[in-house]
Design a protein. Structure first.
Length: 94
């Protein structure tokens, strides 16, 4: 895996943001590792947009369904996220 990770990090600026996002989601690399490897600023912006979209979707699902497991999943993924306070309050209500 370390060889694969090294190859990914070396090629990070040649891979689409969507592919890097998938690799982050699967736990192969982290955003910090990509930044440290010299990720291009435009690619970083694209990744941040994809991450923000996923965060919004996870929060909307937890809020709409008023689901304790979905709230916990959101907080696990985004402990300091934009909706962390609101999610914590929803957990208390549930």
């Amino acid at each position: 895996m370390n060889d694969d990770k090294g190859k990914i990090l070396q090629a990070c600026n040649n891979l689409p943001a969507e592919e890097l996002f998938r690799l982050i989601q699967q736990g192969h690399i982290t955003l910090l590792e990509l930044i440290q490897a010299g990720l291009d600023d435009n690619k970083l912006v694209g990744l941040q947009e994809l991450i923000a979209i996923q965060e919004d979707e996870m929060w909307q699902e937890a809020q709409t369904q008023r689901s304790l497991p979905l709230c916990r999943r959101y907080l696990q993924a985004y402990p300091n996220g934009r909706y962390a306070g609101r999610c914590t309050r929803l957990i208390v209500q549930l």
